[in-house]
Design a protein around this ligand. Sequence first.
Ligand SMILES: [Zn+2]
Length: 72
Amino acid sequence: MPLYEYACRDCGAKFEVLQRMGADGTGVACPKCGGQQVAKQLSTFASTVASSGSTMPCGASSASACGNSGFS
Ligand SMILES: [Zn+2]
């Protein structure tokens, strides 16, 4: 299950939430102020992939070498 990063529109706090792939921000509340006006940020995983091309997030050259069995 991927980790999504959210930013609170009310207090500006950033926090991470484990959610199913493709989930939206419905029901996500800021842990700091309790506000539900939150904006999903680019996940750490997505930004890592985007910046490293074909390299896996762990730094290995393939998913098997990475020991990653999938993202489900
Ligand atoms: Zn907040």
